[in-house]
Design a protein around this ligand. Structure first.
Ligand code: S3P
Length: 433
């Protein structure tokens, strides 16, 4: 499935993008191991979160079919999961496998978890190392999935200094910590998304957070709750960039999660000159939420502050499209993690930008991009949803037609992207060939 885009256009109107992916995964995982019923609204019905849902159903949890983002989970309690009678396949989803392997390490039964071709290449040693130190027994294929997790292991609490700023690794260790004796804690090299900590607290599970150390005691109880998931700022990001680069744009994104560990995109775009208003900031279910109004503004290149990188890690492909439309040079550094996402996002973006005539230089940990005129062309997405959506927005400023190839993976995080993009003003057609 490919996107064909006519050049030009502007983005206008008011839209709500689908629910937050990180929170959707966690709502299923924590709701499943809670005592009692959890109701979720705003759930992302994208392939990744649905893969997590299917895996917990396979482990005996009763979860209703999501309907307009609403579902109910009959929690089975911390020790109530049962073995899946099949290999659990979580498709493209790194968050599912890395968080689940922590949780599965503490079960009484064995599990096998796998995924698609992209996931089979993604590094898992980063979770296997700390989980093994806690007493887990996990086998992998040279550090990559499939992962076989042995059950019946007695886990002991661990203090772990995270070598990479990764919310997935932090969350995996904390989820194993629920099943470990004593205290489990992690120190982060830089703040990363804190949805696990916030949501655990929402389920009534005490989590200590002090000076970059996050800790919990094993063996407690989660109590079912109601979760209202806001729109995903990582999905809103494509529209923030699109409206910022397309003259005449005036677009409002409703009910967006603006958790301070996720809103780096707003600060980065503002530093480039973007015109973004944060309207009616409020707190919904323990998470900050706001409407974002974005209007076209001329952008300038910047050195992206390295401390913003983990706070905007998934938004960097979109930021690089903004950089291509900015005056001067934008430099991204400290972003080697982008190389181990759904694709090598530094390489994928460099290739696509070069294809459109945008000068760029690649470094091991980043890229510099010189703004300029973008031509049309054919973009390879490397089957990466965020590469596809970022280059779709590039059409707003391209001088000629664009084909963005292999866009089926957009459905992993943003079902309905093409429809919303057309509704707001992108000249986009979806075609099988
Ligand atoms: C996520 C954490 C990030 C992010 C991913 C979702 C999460 O990954 O890129 O899309 O929900 O915890 P890392 O932990 O690998 O940085």
């Amino acid at each position: 499935m490919h996107f064909y885009l006519e050049p030009g256009g502007k983005l206008t109107g008011s839209i709500r993008v689908p629910g937050d992916k990180s929170m959707s995964h966690r709502s299923i995982m924590l709701g499943s191991i809670a005592d009692g019923t959890t109701t979720v609204s705003g759930f992302l019905e994208g392939e990744d979160a649905l893969a997590t849902l299917a895996a917990f159903r396979a482990m005996g949890v009763n979860i209703t079919d999501p309907e307009a983002g609403r579902l109910t989970i009959d929690g089975v309690g911390l020790r109530g999961l049962s073995p899946s009678d099949q290999v659990m396949d979580v498709g493209n989803s790194g968050t599912s496998i890395r968080l689940m392997v922590g949780l599965l390490s503490g079960q009484s039964f064995d599990s096998i978890i796998t995924g698609d071709q992209s996931l089979l290449r993604r590094p898992m040693a980063r979770v296997i190392t700390p989980l093994s130190q806690m007493g887990a027994l996990i086998s992998s294929r040279e550090g990559c999935p499939p992962l076989e997790v042995k059950g019946g292991r007695a886990l002991t609490g661990l203090h772990y200094d995270l070598p990479v700023a990764s919310a997935q690794v932090k969350s995996s260790v904390l989820l194993a910590g629920l099943y470990a004796s004593g205290q489990t804690s992690v120190t982060e090299p830089a703040p990363t998304r804190d949805h696990t900590e916030r949501m655990l607290a929402g389920f009534g599970y005490p989590v200590e957070r002090q000076d970059g150390v996050i800790g919990l005691q094993g063996g407690g109880t989660l109590t079912g709750t109601d979760i209202d998931i806001p729109a995903d700022i990582s999905s809103a990001a494509f529209f923030l960039v699109g409206a910022s680069i397309a003259p005449g744009s005036d677009l409002t994104l409703e009910h967006v999660g603006v958790n301070p560990t996720r809103d780096g995109i707003i600060r980065i775009l503002r530093a480039m000159g973007a015109d973004i208003d944060i309207i009616n900031p409020r707190e919904v279910g323990g998470e900050p939420v706001a409407d974002l109004r974005v209007r076209y503004a001329p952008l300038k290149g910047i050195d992206i502050p390295v401390e913003e990188v983990p706070l905007a890690i998934d938004e960097m492909p979109a930021v690089l499209i903004a950089a291509a439309c900015a005056e001067g040079v934008t430099v991204l550094s400290g972003a080697e993690e982008l190389r181990v996402k759904e694709s090598d996002r530094i390489a994928s973006m460099a290739e696509g930008l070069t294809q459109l005539g945008i000068r760029n230089t690649v470094y091991p940990d980043g890229i510099s991009v010189t703004g300029g005129e973008m031509s049309g062309g054919v973009i390879a997405t490397h089957y990466d949803h965020r590469i596809a959506m970022s280059f779709a927005m590039a059409a707003l400023r391209a001088t000629d037609r664009l084909k963005v190839s292999d866009c089926a993976h957009v459905a992993t995080s943003f079902p309905g992207f093409a429809e919303l993009a057309v509704e707001t003003g992108l000249h986009l057609e979806v075609a099988a060939e």
